[in-house]
Design a binder for this molecule. Structure first.
Ligand code: ACO
Length: 331
């Protein structure tokens, strides 16, 4: 029972598209620079009425379509932009999706590596839940924590959610790798608290939280750690790069994906690329790309799939699995 297979996928991105041209009107940037340096043309931004929960619910409803919800044994939501510190996003999804109550409901804060970590965690949890499945989600409203006066970050981020239902699989193979190099200097987003204790001075971290990043350093970290992590995962799976049918890399910057592809000697056509119209949606990018891949009809029974991501923490994670069956979508 070491393998893992996907039973359903879904995604949701808000209808409002913030284009590069629109960004030119609010910060000192230009469309061509953004396109050339990142591969991004536009990003989806949530409306006032939307929440991380509403986007996650929409994605999860699609992933659960036609599946037995009573079999769900774990719901694992990856997010750095939950609506509440408590209750967690996963607990609210249990409620809104009508999932069983005898389940593990866990949020994961691994930034962009979160969805891959959710898959790895779910695979472990399902080991002692025979017959059960897991719902894994990556959902982010990064527009909440983006500083739209900082041209070095505001051109990158977008909002969205993706989800998948998985089960352990006797026949297939699952292998994974992950790591963390704690660092709040290169990439961070400070938590916001009320801080109105009249007996203490107002601390520095009462200021609004926004993503701050040293782009060049994160760029280097991303290519190096992601490539090495994929190599370790493939070794554990006893698989070669060439035997993999589909690669899904975190969609942070087209040039980072190209760098990993070159380093690992991957056929570029095997990579899912959707960064043009989504931008970087942190934990949601791999989840949305997985949904795009499955709905494209390109995944056949027996296909080998690799997902890999890097991000805040700093963290990285990769996973390999063999898909045992094709998924039929009704929509
Ligand atoms: N428009 C125009 N010029 C810009 C912009 C902009 N939006 N942003 C920066 N520049 C300028 C800089 O000021 C600099 O100008 P200078 O040479 O006159 O000083 C020049 O462009 C080059 O800047 P760099 O920072 O070297 O640009 P780079 O090519 O590295 O691209 C980028 C920046 C896109 C941020 C890149 O470094 C990157 O993608 N890094 C990785 C980010 C990432 O993957 N984050 C993932 C984690 S996110 C998370 O976990 C939530």
């Amino acid at each position: 029972m070491n393998g893992l297979t996907i039973l359903g996928t879904g995604s949701y991105t808000p209808p409002f598209a913030l284009t590069n041209k629109m960004l030119e009107t609010i910060v000192d940037t230009d469309s061509e620079w953004i396109k050339l340096r990142t591969g991004i043309l536009s990003r989806a931004i949530a409306a006032e009425s939307e929440t991380t929960l509403s986007m996650a619910t929409a994605a999860a409803q699609k992933a659960l379509d036609g599946l037995d919800r009573s079999k769900i044994g774990a719901v694992i939501a990856a997010t750095i932009t939950p609506d509440y510190l408590t209750p967690s996003l996963s607990c609210l999804l249990q409620r809104d999706l009508g999932l069983p109550t005898d389940i593990a409901a866990i949020d994961i804060n691994c930034a962009c590596s979160g969805f891959v970590m959710a898959m790895k965690t779910a695979h472990t949890l399902l080991a002692d839940m025979p017959g059960r499945t897991a719902l894994i989600i990556g959902a982010e409203m990064l527009s909440r924590v983006t500083d739209y006066t900082d041209r070095a970050t505001c051109v990158l981020f977008g909002d969205g959610a993706g989800a998948a239902v998985i089960r352990r699989d006797a026949a297939g193979t699952f292998a994974s790798d992950c790591g963390a190099v704690g660092n709040a200097e290169l990439l961070s987003c400070r938590a916001q608290y009320l801080c109105n204790n009249p007996f203490m001075p107002r601390p520095r971290d009462a200021e609004p939280g926004a993503i701050a990043m040293n782009g060049q350093e994160v760029f280097r970290f991303a290519i190096e750690t992601c490539s090495e992590s994929v190599k370790r995962t493939l070794t554990r799976a006893c698989a070669e790069v060439d035997s993999v049918n589909h690669f899904i890399f975190h969609q942070a910057n087209r040039r980072i994906i190209d760098g990993i592809v070159r380093k690992l000697g991957i056929t570029p056509e095997k990579c899912v690329i959707n960064i043009e119209n989504h931008g970087n949606t942190s934990s949601a990018t791999c989840a949305v790309a997985l949904d795009d891949l499955f709905r494209s009809g390109k995944v056949n029974a027996g296909n080998r799939i690799v997902m890999a991501a890097f991000g805040g923490g700093l963290t990285y994670a990769s996973a390999y699995f063999t898909q045992s069956e094709e998924i039929k979508y009704n929509d």
